[in-house]
Write a protein that binds this ligand. Structure first.
Ligand code: G6P
Length: 613
């Protein structure tokens, strides 16, 4: 979703901000803009489209400004056009703002501005806040410092923001304010950066400071001062270090980030496992939740909450926890759970799964659950993200930066971690079984099987040619393969814009079977569990002329007779099988999308990190 980059220092800001905005493209956006100080005036350039369009627009405006703010916008209020793109400037041309998040009460503030003769020129909530700060500034500037005026404005707004503000009368300062949308300061030598995540910062400095809720930072080229909620106290902040390397956020020879990330699963899954299970399987270690083990094991119920792909991983986690630990688990979309009157209390554990650690609905659900006394657990990829910081305890999945909007390696690492967590809790509970021993043994060799399954890439490239023009796809699975079917369908629709549905195979006869004809490809994930049942579901598809693609570890004549294509995958314990079985489905979606000439890494309308409701 929207991205922010600010720079103040010795170098030309425009170049640094543009290259930072390119690093944020992965988040998904539809317009871009930049504001800089040029010869004592604020200069704003913005346009719909890509950062390269903005770059072209700026090519005849070279300047030497060493301070500026930039933005990539994912439209919420108002169409994605030049006018609505950020930055937004106030009626006096003094205050300029870029904003991530939503000001929910912007209409009432707009009304107040109108009553004072101030008219807005765009459809956005952000312009309203720029005008409002400008309005307060025009009245209060002789009586209070700018940071107090900014705070006064922010006290009036309801909503979420990561906000950068420049004021013409303060050419040496960028103000940053955070509430519900992340902002991080990159601490350089004689220069400082501010961004919505660390990716635009890493090529300049690894030293970072995360802003916390309701903080305002006053950033100059040599310093940064972070003010707490009441504005009078300077909050001491710890400088942290970016842990990943620059090449992890580059394509490394692959045509797309998504393909790189699919192939990286060999190493990302291994990073998730590393240090968490002894090679002799004698012990599973999970430092991040060790202090909270009793709360989890003694819980009356567990809620797993997440959105999108992470929710699919959650379904698999729910199955595992119920099967191995016998604790009831409900897996809920965060956007639903946050508004439900669910019986969450101090005997409840709420686990949030999130790649970005910033998804607005997941975060809101965690906050609400904490208020009700629940123990909250984060299963997160992005280190230092808000969900990671706000949950009581948690585990990083360590999949490394995921840039492709369609999540791939985060999913397999999430499932891996859920498996390790289940085994860790079983160990603490003293539960032992043959299944548990097998799961542990298979975790040790899991990455080899990931490597093996990636070899199906060439076959899938060929299969994709046959189905690239399909209008609909159905994905079927039973048990642990049902979430795999959901995730396979989601991958296809996200990046190829083909309508696809995932269904529990037996449920097909209660509806989707009506859609099946010779134009409908059906992808079925078949394992030895419930083999006969799913085979009969496939027969029902075949009898109606459907085209069947089977992903299976059980290749045999029977399946060959029923299918157009068989994709063979290594056999593995059923709890771990989603990690293996999803990979061919990721590749199928990828190759179909490439053949359809879709923008694989930045699909239309989608965002990597959904920081609004
Ligand atoms: C967006 C992304 C998906 C992701 C979902 C949840 O929709 O495009 O890939 O699965 O958000 O994101 P999270 O960061 O919370 O896992």
């Amino acid at each position: 979703m929207c991205g922010i980059v600010g720079y103040i220092g010795r170098r030309q800001s425009q170049k640094i901000i543009l290259s930072g905005l390119k690093r944020l493209e992965y988040r998904g956006y539809d317009s871009a803009g930049i504001a800089t100080f040029n010869e004592e005036k604020i200069s704003v350039t913005k346009c719909s489209g890509k950062v390269t369009d903005l770059e072209k627009k700026l090519s005849n405006k070279p300047h030497s400004s060493t301070m500026g703010i930039g933005h990539t916008r994912w439209a919420t209020h108002g169409a994605p056009n030049d006018n609505n793109a950020h930055p937004h400037i106030d009626f006096n041309n003094k205050i300029v703002v870029v904003h991530n998040g939503i000001f929910e009460n912007y209409s009432s503030i707009k009304q107040l501005l109108l009553e004072n003769g101030i008219y807005t020129k765009t459809d956005t909530d952000t312009e309203v806040i720029a005008q409002f700060i400008g309005f307060l500034y025009s009245k209060e500037k002789d009586f209070m410092p700018f940071n107090a005026i900014l705070r006064m404005a922010l006290k009036e707004v309801v909503g979420t923001y990561g906000l950068l503000v420049m004021c013409l009368d303060q050419p040496e300062k960028i103000y940053a304010a955070k509430s519900g949308a992340p902002l991080v300061i990159g601490v350089g030598d004689g220069e400082n950066f501010i961004a919505s995540d660390t990716s635009p910062i890493i090529e300049h400095t690894r030293n970072i400071v995360y802003l916390d809720e309701e903080e305002i930072a006053v950033v100059t080229k040599d310093d940064y001062k972070v003010l707490g909620d009441d504005n009078s106290v300077v909050v001491p902040k710890e400088i942290e270090t970016i842990k990943y390397s620059l090449d992890q956020i580059e394509k490394g020879g692959y045509e797309h980030f998504m393909l790189k990330e699919i192939f990286e699963q060999f190493s990302s899954v291994s990073e998730s496992i590393r240090g968490r299970i002894a090679p002799d399987i004698a012990e599973v270690r999970m430092g991040g939740i060790s202090g909270w083990t009793n709360n989890i094991l003694e819980a009356n119920q567990i809620y797993i909450t997440a959105c999108g792909t992470s929710w699919h991983a959650g379904l698999i986690g729910g199955y595992m926890i119920e099967e191995v630990l016998g604790i009831p688990v409900k897996v809920e979309y965060a956007s639903e759970l946050r508004y439900r009157k669910a019986p969450i209390d101090s005997k409840t554990v709420v686990m949030a799964i999130s790649q970005s650690g910033e998804t607005a609905d997941t975060l809101a659900t965690i906050r609400k659950s904490k208020e009700k006394g629940a123990t909250t657990v984060g299963i997160v990829n992005v280190v230092g993200s808000t969900i990671a910081r706000e949950t009581d305890c948690g585990v990083y999945i360590h999949a490394g930066p995921e840039i492709g909007v369609a999540s791939t390696k985060a999913f397999t690492s999430q499932v891996t971690i859920l498996c390790l967590m289940t085994l860790y809790l079983a160990q603490k509970k003293g539960v032992e079984s043959e299944d548990i021993t097998q799961m542990k043994t298979e975790l040790i060799t899991l990455t080899e099987k990931v490597k093996t399954v990636l070899k199906v890439d060439d076959l899938i490239k060929k299969i994709a040619i046959d189905y690239k023009d399909s209008q609909n796809f159905l994905y079927l699975g039973r048990g642990y393969q049902f979430p795999v079917a959901l995730e396979g369908a989601l991958k296809l629709k996200e990046i190829s814009y083909i309508h696809a549905e995932g269904y529990p195979a037996a449920e097909m006869k209660h509806g989707p079977i009506a859609l099946i004809d010779e134009k409908m490809p059906v992808v079925a994930v078949v394992t030895h569990r419930a083999y006969d049942k799913i085979v009969s579901n496939i027969q029902q598809v075949k009898a109606r002329g459907g085209k069947v693609i089977i992903v299976t570890s059980e290749v045999n004549k029977e399946l060959e007779n029923f299918s157009e294509h068989i994709i063979e995958v290594p056999s593995i314990h059923h709890c771990l099988s989603p990690i293996i079985n999803i990979i061919p489905l990721q590749l199928l979606a990828y190759h179909i999308a490439v053949l359809r000439r879709c923008n694989v890494d930045q699909p239309r309308n989608l965002a990597k990190s959904v920081t609004v409701e």
